[in-house]
Ligand binder design. Structure first.
Ligand SMILES: [Zn+2]
Length: 195
């Protein structure tokens, strides 16, 4: 634990703030994405647990935009999430956790797509839940994942499985990459770009 207690930690924090400013994630606070590098500012002398507890209370209580509710459905306990000892949150995982990304519902809301229907089936609303947990398009891939994880992966247990072990993190991360890469390729194909 405790990168933040190392000498020179402030410098690290400032630099990574700059870096993550380019990632375009509007939903999870940057210190959730980049564990250990950007903690919420704490008053002098306040124990870490107290600050995290407060954040957890706020996390649960905030009435927020639709997509933040999605993130809250996934990250049910910010203390367990930030306290994990492994697991890099990369571009695709950020998309999965925020719902900001290659989801027709999201792109439609931004005015970038005419309708919110899923690209691979008849489903009318391409949101992250349908993309990852419902769609039959990747039924076999999801079945494989569920067997590796040992239960049916759903929104409510995705993150708890991810932080349960490195193997589970990797299995879920691979699944997310697989699905979102397929969707990105389809997006490119639809725009007439090379895939
Ligand atoms: Zn579907």
């Amino acid at each position: 634990m405790g990168r933040r207690h190392e000498p020179g930690g402030m410098e690290t924090t400032r630099q990574s703030t700059k870096e993550s400013g380019n990632k375009g994630c509007l939903c999870i606070p940057s210190y959730v994405q980049r564990r250990g590098e950007q903690e919420p500012p704490e008053p002098e002398g306040e124990p870490q647990q107290t600050a995290l507890d407060k954040w957890q209370d706020r996390w649960k209580a905030t009435e927020a935009a639709e997509e933040r509710q999605w993130t809250r459905r996934l990250i049910r306990d910010v203390r367990a999430w930030t306290g994990r000892r492994f697991g890099e949150v990369d571009f695709h995982i950020t998309q999965a956790l925020t719902g900001h990304g290659c989801f027709a519902q999201y792109l439609h809301r931004l005015g970038l797509l005419d309708d919110a229907g899923f690209w691979f089936c008849e489903h009318l609303n391409d949101d992250p839940n349908h993309t990852f947990f419902e769609c039959n398009t990747w039924y076999n891939k999801r079945r494989e994942l569920n067997m590796l994880i040992g239960e049916e992966v759903i929104a409510e247990n995705l993150v708890s499985n991810m932080i349960n072990s490195k193997d589970k993190w990797n299995a879920i991360s691979n699944y997310i990459h697989y699905v979102l890469t397929k969707k990105e390729n389809e997006d490119r194909r639809r725009k007439g770009l090379p895939v």
